[in-house]
Design a protein around this ligand. Structure first.
Ligand SMILES: Cc1cc2nc3c(=O)[nH]c(=O)nc-3n(C[C@H](O)[C@H](O)[C@H](O)COP(=O)(O)OP(=O)(O)OC[C@H]3O[C@@H](n4cnc5c(N)ncnc54)[C@H](O)[C@@H]3O)c2cc1C
Length: 510
């Protein structure tokens, strides 16, 4: 049964006389943008259809009362992956987007009063570790382990866009599989190297970059600290949405046709081919190749109306966590905050267990707090802080619905926790407030059950792998973004777009 929101029987046709092959990209998130730019550079004619009024998908911003908030991502890592989109067109990213590294990377607050910074410089980090009695040599050995994992994963999984067991075996050879540390969880990998509980919690929480649990993710996810320690942590001046603005300029210069507020309601098929997309207003957009930046499960369900039997094979690609996105404009600053802060749960194992195993709202979550005004005065009025507050919470579950009052109660618990841990009288200083639940995230981006990082990384469900980029069902249908390999987070979805473009050109020539 097809689930079509609007697809009139007689669709109008969008005509073109250009003879180059035409690629239709459904969705202008970073995955779709990256695929569109890479395919244009490979010589295709590219049209992007985006349901929302803005480019960038979850990379989104909110401006109100003199505050600018990153509604989506606020940490940029691996900018060299973005740079390729510009160099591929003979340009320099720096001419479009201004970025700078931040110090410290993160500030970590614990319920017992300990505050710990994370720095990429070994000497500065050593001083932090000595404050709480972790052996800096242990930490250095942990980073060596993280670097080895990163090199291994980067070589094949990231850069060659591996999707299948066969591709892995050909690339790495069976003999190298033990190097992935497959028998341990991420937390086991941390605990094997580090002793001090605060430091363990801090390194476990690197799993936040993919919205999963350190107790369920495989140990090779300990490559994440290497991403940050080796490639640094970056800010985009004026707010992260500057990335989308820069990419929009590049797309315009490359003459990529972008249609905003144009929702795709159906993908038309003939046998094993997708022939094009029907938009909500009934227009049919024919295509030689379709790239879906809509996630795999929602696209098969809403645009292709696949059978329940088909979804059974996709069950392992369960959604990553969702989030409660709270943006607060304050009439004061909290100087103890760095740009990026984590207020850790008293029992982080319990936090992960609630969110990722039991599917419950956490009673004491680890909370991420961004105070961008700490390094960029342009994002808040003078003397004020704008805070983005993000606890990770389970994705929507129709069998176990969460009432609006439960989300509100969690918001109160989070603000009370921040007050308890030093942001005194926070609630009395709010002059602007914005609040999103997983329902809003699902409605905005059509992500699977309101997930914010695509597919969950779970050793038992999928060993950490997401869906393949090439559809198993339709020959000329490809996917990009957080639901396909190498997964969620901005640099990874941009990489997925570049890898998909390479896979498409190879498939097209074969
Ligand atoms: C609150 C939050 C905080 C985050 N923090 C970070 C961070 O600090 N660092 C980091 O690297 N990552 C972070 N992430 C994750 C990161 O934002 C995502 O992994 C990435 O932006 C997802 O890109 P995407 O292309 O996969 O999907 P999306 O950005 O969701 O893009 C999909 C696009 O497709 C459009 N679409 C869907 N269906 C249709 C349709 N039928 N027709 C037309 N258009 C359609 C959607 O509107 C959307 O624009 C965060 C995400 C959130 C929400």
């Amino acid at each position: 049964m097809r689930e079509l929101t609007s697809a009139p029987p007689q669709a109008k046709h969008a005509m073109s006389t250009d003879r180059r092959k035409h690629v239709l990209v459904v969705g202008a998130g970073l995955g779709g943008i990256s695929a569109a730019i890479s395919l244009r550079q490979a010589g295709y004619r590219v049209t992007v259809l985006e349901k929302n009024a803005h480019l960038g998908g979850k990379l989104n911003e909110l401006r109100a009362q003199g505050f600018t908030f990153d509604l989506g991502p606020s940490i940029l890592t691996m900018p060299h992956i973005f740079e390729r989109l510009f160099t591929g067109a003979g340009r320099r990213m720096a001419d479009y987007i201004s970025i700078r590294p931040l110090r410290p990377h993160w500030r970590n607050f614990f319920e017992d009063g300990v505050a710990l910074n994370l720095y990429p410089e070994p000497e500065r980090q050593r001083a932090e570790l000595e404050k709480i009695g972790e052996d800096p040599h242990r930490f250095a050995r942990f980073l060596d382990y993280a670097n080895r994992l990163f090199d291994l994963i980067n070589f094949g999984y990231f850069e060659q866009g591996l999707d299948t067991f066969g591709e892995f075996t050909r690339c790495y050879g069976l003999r190298r599989f033990p190097q992935f540390d497959l028998l341990r969880t991420m937390h086991d990998g941390v605990a094997r190297h580090l002793r001090e509980p605060h430091v363990r919690d801090m390194m476990d929480f690197f799993i936040k970059y993919v919205g999963s649990s350190a107790y369920r993710a495989p140990a090779f996810m300990n490559c994440l600290p290497a991403v940050q320690f080796r490639h640094d942590l970056w800010y985009v001046d004026g707010g992260l949405y500057g990335l989308a603005r820069g990419l929009a300029c590049l797309m315009a210069e490359l003459e990529i046709s972008v249609h905003l507020e144009t929702e795709v309601a159906q993908l038309r098929t003939e046998g094993r081919r997708v022939t094009g997309a029907v938009t909500r207003d009934g227009t049919f957009h024919p295509a030689d190749i379709v790239v879906s930046n809509m996630e795999v499960i929602p696209a098969y369900r809403r645009l292709l109306g696949e059978s329940d039997h088909f979804f059974h094979s996709l069950r392992r690609f369960a959604p990553a966590c969702s989030g409660l996105v709270i943006d607060l404009g304050l009439d004061r600053t909290y100087p103890q905050l760095a740009h990026h802060n984590f207020f850790h749960s008293k029992d982080q194992r319990r936090h992960f267990d609630h969110v990722f195993r039991k599917g419950l709202l956490p009673d004491d979550p680890t909370v991420y707090v961004v105070a961008a005004s700490r390094s960029d005065p342009s994002v808040a009025p003078p003397g004020c802080d704008g805070l983005k507050i993000l606890p990770h919470i389970p994705p929507l579950d129709e069998k176990n619905p969460v009432a609006p009052e439960q989300y509100l109660a969690l918001k109160d618990r989070v603000l009370a926790k921040l007050e308890r841990m030093g942001l005194q009288d926070l609630r009395r200083h709010i002059v602007f407030e914005h609040f999103w639940t997983p329902h809003d995230i699902e409605r905005m981006y059509y992500s699977n059950r309101g997930a914010i990082y695509g597919v969950v990384v779970d050793r038992w469900k999928n060993l950490g792998f997401k869906a393949p980029k090439h559809s198993a069902k339709y020959d000329n249908l490809f996917f990009v973004g957080g639901s396909v390999n190498p997964g969620g987070g901005m640099p990874m979805v941009v990489l997925s777009g570049q890898n998909a473009a390479r896979a498409i050109t190879q498939w097209d020539r074969s």
